[in-house]
Write a protein that binds this ligand. Structure first.
Ligand code: C2O
Length: 544
């Protein structure tokens, strides 16, 4: 196994998009940022140097960070931010994970431009569980604002309203042919006729689930969230923010040019969203005189309608583990969390940008998560600093009601703001029912947990019914992921073993929702064995 050393300079960089030049925050001047390429078993040491005028942290999305919670990255959860002029060395080892993950800023909305791919290949003497592809291409889906994204969310927080929607989606940082002033820079994927390419899709968009399709080419899904899957062939992917999907594509069509296109899967009907389409181009190099000049537009794929929940659901149902898995049993912690929006009443002097004189908020089990500001949760836990958090996060919603009905009682719309954690014994088997609510608006929520991969045992629509729905659990080959797209007006059941000590955030990966409080954290106790204990904090860990 190797040790990879990298330097990430967080800096202000002028970039031109949609006809205008803006200064945006990048890593090493690149958008997207540098791709990390490692093998399973390798160690990564990344010195993050902050030359920007914002506080920043970097999260290695999906990396288990076994015993190295100090390197996980979410601001005020596992570390205080790296201040302007400061630096911090993230050090971690990648164990038992292969495929595509990514990294991104985990402070405010900096991840709009601070993100990149993290590719984990098998160890030296090992191979993929599929034929070696002729080429591998990371394709990062992103979201672009003409305005400064930090200002967009600051404005929304001031007014209490919804933030402005993005002005473009991007593939590897480029909006593509369908946007103004973007044609020259459209991301190109050169291929050879007949070869098979491994495309590593990552949804790094801030707030939008995306459908992805390739003109006239089938995709065979072979991995999600750095876990292999049973190969299955599809013409469309649905990728939620935080998720990755690896596909094999055989270049078996006439040697010309084909669009890869992505646009919104908008589950929250009636809510404004960016309805534009981003494209990249697959370009066959046939070795012949190229006769498909730029005057002939590439073939365009068929994308599902914005509200096509059936296609999104069918795609999720097709994802399975490649082999029979040993499901952790018996369940020690049987938890039920609601996920959804809420509304706060306007206090005097506040602006009321939400519906009917309110301000938007969001919660899990009616607790709207408040991030501490004076220290990190992990620091407070490790050193026993009182008053930073409590461990009384409710394991069940405070009231039972029809979560998916349109007429949810008004008194349930106002969650309680608090920093509540839920304590888990080391090694306990945890099952969580994640239930969407229709409070304010039903919506598909991509729920991500730090420090763990989980099995998705089942998903469904309506209210979870323990008797009826437990019969639907897949105990044979459920997919393993770190982010589950909880169906709109529906539920998902996940299961994992709490074998990684530390403090681990669980949240909606729509950034607007985490900003509104759709988050909670688990405190996983030490196993008090040499290999079951959180490591000591690094000496350069930033302080608040
Ligand atoms: Cu990619 Cu806390 O998330």
């Amino acid at each position: 196994a190797e040790v990879h050393h990298h330097e990430f300079i967080v800096q202000e960089t002028p970039v031109k998009r949609l006809c205008k030049t803006h200064n945006v925050i990048t890593v090493n001047g690149q958008l997207p940022g540098p791709t990390l390429e490692v093998r399973e078993g390798d160690t990564v040491v990344i010195n993050v140097v902050n030359h920007a005028q914002y506080n920043v942290t970097i999260h290695w999305h999906g990396i288990r960070q076994f015993r190295t919670g100090w390197a996980d990255g979410p601001e005020f959860v596992t570390q205080c931010p790296i201040k302007p002029g400061g630096s911090y060395k993230y050090r971690f080892t990648i164990e038992g994970q292969e495929g595509t993950l990514w990294w991104h800023a985990h402070s405010s909305w900096l991840r709009a431009t601070v993100y990149g791919a993290l590719i984990i290949r098998p160890r030296e003497n090992k191979t993929y569980p599929f034929e070696k592809p002729a080429r591998e291409v990371p394709l990062l889906l992103g979201e672009w604002w003409d305005a400064d994204p930090i200002q967009v969310i600051k404005d929304a927080q001031r007014t209490g309203g919804a933030p402005n929607i993005s002005d473009a989606y991007t593939i590897n940082g480029q909006p593509g042919d369908l946007y103004n002033c973007s044609k020259e820079e459209t991301t190109a994927v050169p291929v050879k006729p007949g070869e098979t390419a491994l495309l590593r899709f990552i949804n790094a968009a801030l707030n939008q689930e995306l459908f992805v399709s390739i003109a006239q080419h089938k995709m065979t899904v072979v991995g999600v969230d750095a876990s292999y899957t049973k190969p299955f062939t599809t013409s469309v992917l649905m990728i939620a923010p935080g998720q990755t999907t690896d596909v094999l594509v055989t270049m078996d069509q006439a040697p010309t040019r084909y669009y890869i296109a992505a646009r919104a899967y908008d589950s929250a009907q009636g809510v404004a969203f960016d309805n534009t389409t981003t494209t990249a181009v697959i370009e066959y190099d046939c070795g012949c005189a190229t006769d498909f000049g730029p005057s002939i537009p590439p073939a365009f794929p068929v994308l599902p309608a914005f509200n096509d929940t059936n296609t999104a659901t069918a795609f999720a149902a097709g994802i399975r583990s490649p082999h029979e898995v040993k499901i952790p049993e018996p369940v020690d912690e049987n938890l039920f969390f609601t996920v959804g929006l809420g509304l706060f009443n306007c206090e005097p002097g506040q602006q009321c940008g939400g519906p009917n004189n309110t301000r938007f908020t969001a919660s899990m089990n009616n607790i709207s998560f408040v991030f501490p500001q004076t220290t990190s949760l992990l620091h407070a836990h490790y050193y026993g600093i009182p008053g930073v958090f409590t461990t009384d996060f409710p394991a069940y919603p405070p009231v039972q009601f029809d979560y998916t009905a349109q007429n949810v009682p008004r008194d349930l719309w106002q969650p309680v703001p608090a920093t509540k954690l839920y304590k888990l014994k080391f090694g306990s088997v945890v099952q969580i029912v994640l239930q969407d609510t229709s409070i304010v608006s039903p919506e598909n929520h991509p729920i991500h947990i730090h420090g763990y991969d989980f099995y998705i045992l089942a998903e469904g629509f309506g209210n979870f019914d323990p008797k009826k729905d437990a019969k639907k659990f897949n105990y044979v080959d459920p997919p393993q992921r770190n982010t589950v797209a909880v169906p709109v007006n529906g539920w998902a059941v996940i299961r994992f073993v709490a074998d990684n000590p530390g403090v681990w955030l669980m949240h909606c990966h729509l950034d607007v929702h985490i900003t509104w409080g759709l988050a909670m954290a688990f405190l996983v106790e030490d196993g008090y064995g040499k290999l079951e204990t959180l490591e000591a904090p690094p000496v350069d860990l930033p302080m608040c």
